[in-house]
Design a protein. Structure first.
Length: 80
Protein backbone atom coordinates (compact mmCIF):
# COMPACT_ATOMS: atom_id res chain seq x y z
CA UNK A 1 0.00 0.00 0.00
CA UNK A 2 2.86 2.37 0.79
CA UNK A 3 4.36 1.72 -2.65
CA UNK A 4 1.02 2.61 -4.23
CA UNK A 5 0.96 5.87 -2.26
CA UNK A 6 4.41 6.77 -3.56
CA UNK A 7 3.44 5.99 -7.15
CA UNK A 8 0.29 8.07 -6.82
CA UNK A 9 2.43 10.83 -5.31
CA UNK A 10 4.35 11.00 -8.57
CA UNK A 11 1.04 11.06 -10.47
CA UNK A 12 -0.21 14.01 -8.37
CA UNK A 13 3.09 15.85 -8.84
CA UNK A 14 2.84 15.49 -12.61
CA UNK A 15 -0.87 16.21 -12.77
CA UNK A 16 -0.58 19.71 -11.26
CA UNK A 17 1.68 21.30 -13.91
CA UNK A 18 -0.03 19.39 -16.73
CA UNK A 19 -3.43 20.68 -15.62
CA UNK A 20 -2.13 24.25 -15.44
CA UNK A 21 -0.63 23.93 -18.92
CA UNK A 22 -3.89 22.70 -20.45
CA UNK A 23 -5.91 25.30 -18.56
CA UNK A 24 -3.77 28.14 -19.87
CA UNK A 25 -3.75 26.62 -23.36
CA UNK A 26 -7.55 26.35 -23.35
CA UNK A 27 -7.87 29.88 -21.97
CA UNK A 28 -5.68 31.28 -24.74
CA UNK A 29 -7.70 29.41 -27.34
CA UNK A 30 -11.05 30.60 -25.98
CA UNK A 31 -9.85 34.19 -25.62
CA UNK A 32 -8.58 34.22 -29.21
CA UNK A 33 -11.98 32.97 -30.42
CA UNK A 34 -13.89 35.69 -28.57
CA UNK A 35 -11.56 38.50 -27.43
CA UNK A 36 -14.02 40.48 -25.32
CA UNK A 37 -13.41 41.58 -21.75
CA UNK A 38 -15.97 39.13 -20.35
CA UNK A 39 -14.08 36.15 -21.72
CA UNK A 40 -10.75 37.48 -20.52
CA UNK A 41 -12.04 38.08 -16.99
CA UNK A 42 -13.74 34.68 -16.85
CA UNK A 43 -10.60 32.79 -17.82
CA UNK A 44 -8.39 34.94 -15.62
CA UNK A 45 -10.57 34.03 -12.63
CA UNK A 46 -10.44 30.33 -13.57
CA UNK A 47 -6.66 30.42 -13.79
CA UNK A 48 -6.15 32.43 -10.58
CA UNK A 49 -8.43 30.08 -8.63
CA UNK A 50 -6.97 26.88 -10.05
CA UNK A 51 -3.24 27.66 -9.69
CA UNK A 52 -3.23 27.30 -5.87
CA UNK A 53 -5.22 24.07 -6.20
CA UNK A 54 -2.64 22.70 -8.64
CA UNK A 55 0.20 23.78 -6.33
CA UNK A 56 -1.57 21.95 -3.51
CA UNK A 57 -1.74 18.83 -5.68
CA UNK A 58 2.02 19.01 -6.23
CA UNK A 59 2.68 19.49 -2.50
CA UNK A 60 0.36 16.58 -1.66
CA UNK A 61 2.20 14.41 -4.18
CA UNK A 62 5.58 15.45 -2.75
CA UNK A 63 4.53 14.43 0.75
CA UNK A 64 3.13 11.14 -0.55
CA UNK A 65 6.38 10.46 -2.41
CA UNK A 66 8.43 11.22 0.70
CA UNK A 67 6.35 8.75 2.76
CA UNK A 68 4.59 11.22 5.05
CA UNK A 69 1.32 9.26 4.70
CA UNK A 70 2.79 5.81 5.35
CA UNK A 71 1.46 5.52 8.89
CA UNK A 72 -1.78 6.76 10.33
CA UNK A 73 -1.82 8.57 13.68
CA UNK A 74 -2.93 6.54 16.68
CA UNK A 75 -6.30 7.33 18.20
CA UNK A 76 -6.16 8.79 21.67
CA UNK A 77 -8.38 7.37 24.39
CA UNK A 78 -8.39 10.80 26.05
CA UNK A 79 -10.77 12.18 23.45
CA UNK A 80 -13.66 9.87 24.40
Amino acid sequence: MNQLKKILGIVWMLLGPIAIYYLVKTAASEISKKPVIDTKVQWAVFIVIFIPIAIGMVIFGWYALKGEYNSLPQKSDDLK
